[in-house]
Design a protein around this ligand. Structure first.
Ligand code: ADP
Length: 632
C-alpha cells in the first residue's frame, strides 16, 4: 500500500511531471488502439461544434422573424436547421458508437500491461510483499474511483471536447466583444477597452474560481484514498467474499464469524468510511460539500453575467435580438469549454499521483542476469547439473536458507532430497530452477554457469510439480498440455501414466471435460489426489530432461505417497528425477539421498547406507517416522 510519505512525495511533483505521466498513459493506450484516439478526436469535435452550428442556425431564424419575415427564407432556414441538426446527430451517433466500440476493446485488455509486467518480473520480485502491495494498490485505485490508467481514457475525450469547444467558442463569440454600441447609446462606455477587459476578466475569474473549487474538493477526497480502499476491502471481504468461500463455510457457522466479527466491523463508522458519521461522510457534508456547492453557484453567476452583458449590448443597439440567442449560447459554450478544460487539467494532476503508483510498478527493474547461450536440444538428455558451494539468503533476510551446498546430479538417476521442515529443500529446488540466483557459489549446467543461458531455454529443461501446484478451470487436456492446441494421444498417455486412467474413462467428455465449476456449470470437481495426478501428467507432457516432485503429495498419507513415488519412478524413464519429501519412506528406492538440515546437506548415500549410520540424522528421522510404516 502506498505509504503516507509516498503520497506526500507524490503531491509535491510539478504539473509538468503529471502531464508527462498522462501522455505516457495515452501513448500506451494508443499502441493498443489508435482507432480509439481517431474516433475520440472526431466525435469530440463533432460533439463540441454541433451546438455552435445549431445556435447559429437558430439565430438566423430569430433574426429573420424579427426582421424581414420572408416566409420562403424562413422555410429555408428552418429546413436547413432541421437537416443539419439531423445530420450532426447521425454523425455524432455513429462516431460515438465507433469510440465506444474501440473503448470496449481497450477495456478487455485494460489490465494486460500489468499482467504482462507481473509475468515478466523476476520471481524474486513477485515474491516480495512490497510488489504484491503495489499491485493490489493499483487495482484498488482503479476499483474505487477508476483512478490510474482507466481515468486517462476518460480524460482524453474531455480534453479534446474542451479544446474544440474553446476554439469554436472563441470563433463564434469574438464579434460579441468586438461589435461596438452606437456612440450615442447610454451604454457606449461598454465599448472602451477597459470595460471589455473588466467584463472578460470577471467571466474568466468566475470560471477559474469554479474550477478551483471543484479541484480542491476532488483533491480533498483523493487524500482519503487509503480510507476508501480500506473500506472497500472490508466491505468486499465481509460483504460477499467471506460468505461465498467454501473453505470458510464451516468456521463461519461454528464460530458465527459473520455475526460476531464481520457485521460489527462493517457497522462501526471508524472501520468503514462510507457510513453516516464516518470521516468521509463528515468531510462530504462539510468542506467538500461546500466547495462543490460553491462551484455550482459560480457557474450560475457566470450564466447570469453572460445574459446580462449580451442583453445590455443588444438593448443598447449593438446587434439585433436574433444575435442574443447566438451570443448567449456560444458564450455559455465557450466558458463551459474553458471550465471543462481546466477541470480536465486538474484531473490530470489528481490522477497523476495514481499514475505514479502504476508506473512505479511497471518500471520495476529485473535484477537477474539474463544470458544469451542456448541450451542445445540434446536427444541423449545429457544435461549435467552441479551445485558448487552454493549459499543463499532470501532477499531482505539475514539467515542463510542454504549454506555451502555441493551436489552433482547423475544423468538419468533418482535423487531424493529429504530433511525436516524448513531445512531448505524447496529453496534448493527454487535455485535449481533459477527462480532465485545463489547469493554465493554457482550452479553449472554442463560446466557453464546457468546464468549465462537464455532464461526460457534453461526453464525448458525442467518439469516441476510444486507443493502448491494449481490447475486451471479449463478442459482437462489443456491443463495437461498447457496449451489450447495439443497432442491428444500424448496427453492421454501421460494421464494414464500418472495413474489417472480409470478416472479419465469416467469423465463425461474425456480430455474435453472442463475442470471445476468456475467457468462451466458442467465442470467436474476433482479430489486433491486426482488433481495431483493431473499435475504429474502435466509434468510428463512437458517431457523435460529433469523432473522434480516437491512434496506434491503432502496432503496424502505416507503409504499413499510412497505408492505414488514408486509408480512415478517407473514412468519417469530416462529422465533425471528429483524427489523431495520430509517422509523418508517415500524415497527408499532412490539411487542417492541428500539429507538436508538447517540449509546444509549433512549426509548423502543410499537408504541402506544412511539408515545404517546410527549417529546420522537420517537414522534418527527414520526411527521417528517408522511408526507410520512398520506395516509396509
Ligand atoms: P523446506 O522445503 O525444507 O520445508 P524451505 O526451503 O521452504 O524449507 O525453507 C528454508 C528456510 O527458508 C526456512 O527457514 C524458511 O522460513 C525460509 N524461507 C522460505 N521461503 C522464504 C521466503 N520467501 N522469504 C524468506 N524466507 C523464506
Amino acid at each position: 500500500m502506498a505509504t503516507t510519505t509516498d503520497k506526500d512525495k507524490q503531491t509535491k511533483q510539478s504539473f509538468a511531471h503529471y502531464w508527462k505521466q498522462n501522455l505516457r498513459a495515452w501513448r500506451m493506450w494508443y499502441r493498443q488502439s489508435p482507432g480509439f484516439f481517431a474516433a475520440t478526436l472526431l466525435s469530440s469535435t463533432c460533439g463540441a461544434l454541433a451546438p455552435y452550428l445549431t445556435i447559429w442556425l437558430s439565430a438566423q431564424i430569430i433574426s429573420e422573424l424579427a426582421g424581414g419575415r420572408d416566409p420562403r427564407r424562413l422555410a429555408s432556414w428552418a429546413a436547413l436547421t432541421v437537416g443539419v441538426t439531423a445530420l450532426l446527430a447521425l454523425a455524432g451517433g455513429a462516431l460515438n458508437r465507433w469510440r465506444e466500440y474501440e473503448r470496449s476493446r481497450l477495456m478487455a485488455v485494460r489490465f494486460k500491461p500489468l499482467a504482462d509486467k507481473m509475468m515478466t518480473l523476476d520471481y524474486a520480485e513477485v515474491d516480495r510483499q512490497e510488489v504484491q502491495d503495489l499491485y493490489s494498490q493499483i487495482l484498488q485505485n482503479d476499483n474505487w474511483g477508476g483512478y490510474g490508467m482507466y481515468q486517462t481514457l476518460q480524460l482524453f475525450p474531455d480534453f479534446c471536447k474542451g479544446a474544440v469547444q474553446v476554439a469554436g467558442g472563441v470563433g463564434f463569440t469574438l464579434s460579441l466583444f468586438l461589435t461596438d454600441l452606437p456612440a450615442d447609446s447610454p451604454l457606449a462606455f461598454l465599448n472602451s477597452p477597459l470595460a471589455l477587459f473588466v467584463v472578460l476578466a470577471f467571466m474568466v475569474l468566475v470560471v477559474v474560481l469554479s474550477s478551483l473549487c471543484d479541484n480542491k474538493a476532488t483533491l480533498m477526497l483523493t487524500k482519503k484514498t487509503e480510507a476508501f480502499t480500506f473500506g472497500n476491502r472490508i466491505f468486499s471481504f465481509y460483504g460477499f467474499q467471506m460468505v461465498r468461500d467454501r473453505k470458510r463455510a464451516g468456521d463461519l457457522r461454528i464460530y458465527r464469524q459473520l455475526k460476531n466479527v464481520g457485521m460489527p466491523l462493517m457497522s462501526v463508522p471508524s472501520s468503514l468510511p462510507f457510513v453516516p458519521g464516518s470521516s468521509i461522510a463528515k468531510l462530504s457534508k462539510g468542506r467538500v460539500g461546500l466547495l462543490f456547492g460553491l462551484c455550482q453557484s459560480l457557474t450560475a453567476v457566470m450564466t447570469c453575467a453572460v445574459y446580462l452583458f449580451v442583453c445590455l449590448k443588444s438593448w443598447g443597439g449593438a446587434f439585433d435580438v436574433g444575435l442574443v440567442t447566438r451570443y448567449v449560447g456560444s458564450a455559455t459554450q465557450l466558458f463551459g469549454g474553458i471550465s471543462l478544460l481546466l477541470l480536465t487539467l486538474s484531473q490530470v494532476r489528481v490522477n497523476g499521483t495514481f499514475l505514479d503508483t502504476t508506473f512505479r510498478f511497471l518500471d520495476l527493474p529485473n535484477h537477474m542476469y539474463q544470458g544469451s547461450l542456448t541450451t542445445e536440444k540434446r536427444s541423449d538428455r545429457n544435461y549435467q547439473v552441479e551445485f558448487k558451494d552454493v549459499s543463499f539468503r532470501y532477499p531482505g533476510t539475514d539467515r542463510w536458507a542454504l549454506r555451502h551446498v555441493n551436489v552433482k546430479f547423475r544423468i538419468g538417476s533418482r535423487l531424493a532430497v529429504v530433511g525436516p521442515n524448513g531445512s531448505g529443500k524447496t529453496t534448493f529446488i527454487k535455485l535449481l530452477c533459477r527462480l532465485y540466483d545463489p547469493t554465493e557459489g554457482e550452479i553449472l549446467l554442463n560446466g557453464i554457469d546457468i546464468r549465462k543461458y537464455r532464461y526460457e531455454d534453461y526453464m525448458d529443461i525442467f518439469s516441476v510439480v510444486f507443493q502448491d501446484f494449481r490447475l486451471l478451470a479449463l478442459p482437462l487436456g489443456e491443463n495437461v498440455a498447457g496449451a489450447a492446441e495439443y497432442d491428444r494421444d500424448l496427453a492421454e498417455r501421460c494421464l494414464r501414466g500418472a495413474g489417472f486412467g480409470e478416472r479419465l474413462d469416467t469423465m463425461p467428455k474425456g480430455l474435453d471435460t472442463v475442470l471445476y465449476k468456475e467457468l462451466d456449470q458442467d465442470g467436474v470437481a476433482v479430489s486433491g489426489g486426482e488433481a495431483q495426478k493431473i499435475a504429474i501428467a502435466r509434468a510428463l507432457y512437458k517431457d523435460a530432461p529433469f523432473i522434480v516432485l516437491d512434496e506434491p503429495t503432502a496432503a496424502l498419507d505416507p503409504i499413499a505417497e510412497a505408492d505414488i513415488y514408486a509408480k512415478f519412478d517407473a514412468i519417469a524413464g530416462d529422465k533425471t528425477a528429483i524427489y523431495i519429501s520430509h517422509r523418508l519412506s517415500s524415497c527408499k528406492f532412490c539411487d542417492a539421498i541428500a539429507v538436508f538440515d538447517q540449509g546444509a546437506i549433512v549426509q548423502t548415500g543410499t537408504h541402506d547406507t544412511l539408515v545404517a549410520d546410527e549417529n546420522g540424522l537420517y537414522h534418527k528421522l527414520w526411527q521417528a517416522q517408522a511408526q507410520y510404516y512398520t506395516n509396509t
